[in-house]
Ligand binder design. Sequence first.
Ligand code: NAP
Length: 247
Amino acid sequence: MAEQKIAVVTGASSGIGAATARALAAAGYRVIVGARRIERLEALAAETGGEARTLDVGDPASVTAFCAAVPPALHLLVNNAGGALGLEPIAEARDEDWETMYRTNVLGLMRVTRALLPNLLEGRGHIVNITSIAGRDVYSGGAGYTAAKHAARAVTETLRIELNGTPVRVTDLAPGMVETEFSEVRFHGDAERAKGVYEGLTPLTAEDIADCVLWVATRPWHVNIDELVVKPVAQAGPGKVARNAGL
Ligand code: NAP
């Protein structure tokens, strides 16, 4: 019998991370999920037969404790924890929002990756970083988030160069608009404003992105999908969306 593959998914208490954990478990992976909201994770782990562990990617001690519990051979790491805070122009930028975005989307991704690299080398593993189209384009009010996601993309590309010569694969998965808790978090809990983001169009679902993670992870071992950019049909770019067009 083939050994069961092991995956780690960060930020799995909601949205893309939770859907990815479900998709990977359904495909036969043993999934270790991490995030700050442990009750949600425990429910997910019970459902998927996986393992739930508290993880704050912004806290080095939390990353160390989380990664210490990962088995020596890891097959897939999905660096998904992250998100946006605020939509203010740079003239009104809030330091704490920018700091949090950089801490989670960039430093968190680096810390989890650095800690799990030995396990990934041992497991001939694959790193899938959930960046964003915000890592490729910019838009008014988005500088804190786009700067962080541009950095996450740069880290991902650097990693691929540094790991050349090893069997570890590195993928940059860049979604456009996905309806999750993303906008509610961005607008500091303003659900009404968050709903407006998706009005008049069909956004991607978390399951659409989970499907992409599964697809890149299940290519033959010698195939590396470097980048996968996925947007809803109604979206041409971060700031270019067709509303009420029947899409
Ligand atoms: P979401 O529903 O808000 O989920 C975000 C997840 O990240 C949650 O599970 C949250 O868990 C976790 N997280 C946030 N800060 C964390 C921290 N310090 N430590 C550990 N986990 C943390 O949003 P989503 O759309 O699924 O976002 C997932 C990823 O996709 C993010 O990196 C986001 O930037 C990216 N993305 C989203 C979109 C979109 O339109 N939705 C588009 C492109 C890229 P806890 O709060 O429980 O810790």
